[in-house]
Design a binder for this molecule. Structure first.
Ligand SMILES: [Zn+2]
Length: 295
């Protein structure tokens, strides 16, 4: 077991085991042959998986994340999510603005936002995905730290979907994003929710699917809000979203495997009530955090 040392976010050495067991390496059912430990910091609450080597710039990494590394794979897997993200944001936030998507992949979100924005900037370490976004007319860079100085303090709105759990140093990433925001500029980010109710109901079966090699960090609402404040951002508001339906939850409990949505037809209105209950009680599968740079 790798010695976890001090928490990279808050410096505390007080921790407890959040999960111990095999973790996912790729698709459902592909897990590590040996057990791994995910730790929870007792001070800031962040969950951390140590000892995984990460190289975000390679196609192999995209394979681990998505099961495919091409722009076509990215669009096939992620285009359908983008309307929901825009819904979280509201289109009134975009008109005439400089918008930056950190971890933009092949540019699915920026493609949707571009009609309203003045400038779309994509940050993407994978050279093949970055080239695909660039070819569609988005301004692209590999890392936030490599964005030219002329853009510092000029971004009106940054989005960062399903990225913070992948990086070695989320605090450094958020500080870099903060430096690119204009005073008062906003950040909307998202990450899986460690308080997902299925983790409590199926700790072993769902745990070995939820915890995965490419996710180094695991947040709940409180630890995500704390991270944003620690990075110097202001007024964090955390909201819950449940992306899957009652059918997926019921079949997880019956068959111990994911099915995606709509495999059986729930009674009319049941999905809306199911999602609303999970979201209002903080037990959804996904979190959004919205915050801003100080004036
Ligand atoms: Zn900590």
């Amino acid at each position: 077991m790798t010695d976890p040392g001090r928490c990279a976010l808050c410096g505390s050495s007080e921790r407890t085991v959040l999960y111990a067991g095999p973790i996912r390496t790729g698709r459902f059912g592909e897990v590590t042959s040996d057990p791994r430990t995910v730790w929870r910091c007792l001070s800031c609450g962040a969950g951390r998986l140590y000892g995984e080597a990460i190289d975000y710039e390679t196609d192999e990494y995209r394979d681990l994340v998505d099961g495919g590394g091409t722009a076509e794979d990215y669009h096939r897997l992620h285009d359908a999510e983008q309307a929901g993200k825009l819904g979280q944001l509201g289109t009134d936030a975009l008109r005439g603005k400089v918008v930056m998507d950190v971890g933009c992949g092949a540019g699915s979100f920026l493609d949707l936002a571009r009609g309203l924005c003045e400038t779309t900037i994509g940050i993407e370490p994978s050279s093949s995905l970055r080239a695909a976004a660039e070819a569609k007319g988005h301004l692209t860079f590999d890392f936030c730290g490599n964005v030219p100085r002329e853009w510092r303090g000029r971004v009106d709105l940054a989005v960062c979907f399903s990225v913070v759990e992948h990086v070695n140093d989320p605090l450094a990433l958020l500080r870099e994003i903060g430096a690119l925001l204009r005073p008062g500029g906003e950040l909307l980010l998202s990450t899986p929710n460690r308080d997902d109710f299925l983790l409590e109901l199926l700790p072993a079966e769902y745990g070995s699917f939820f915890y995965r090699r490419v996710h180094l960090w695991y947040f709940d609402a409180a630890s995500l809000a704390g991270l944003l404040v620690r990075a110097g951002l202001r007024d964090p508001v955390i909201t819950h979203q449940h992306r899957f339906d009652l059918s997926n939850a019921a079949l997880w409990l019956r068959d111990k495997c994911p099915t995606g949505v709509g495999k059986f037809k729930a009674p009319a209105g049941a999905d809306d009530v199911f999602r609303a209950l999970l979201q209002s009680s903080g037990r959804s599968d996904y979190l959004y955090g919205r915050c801003r740079r100080g004036e």
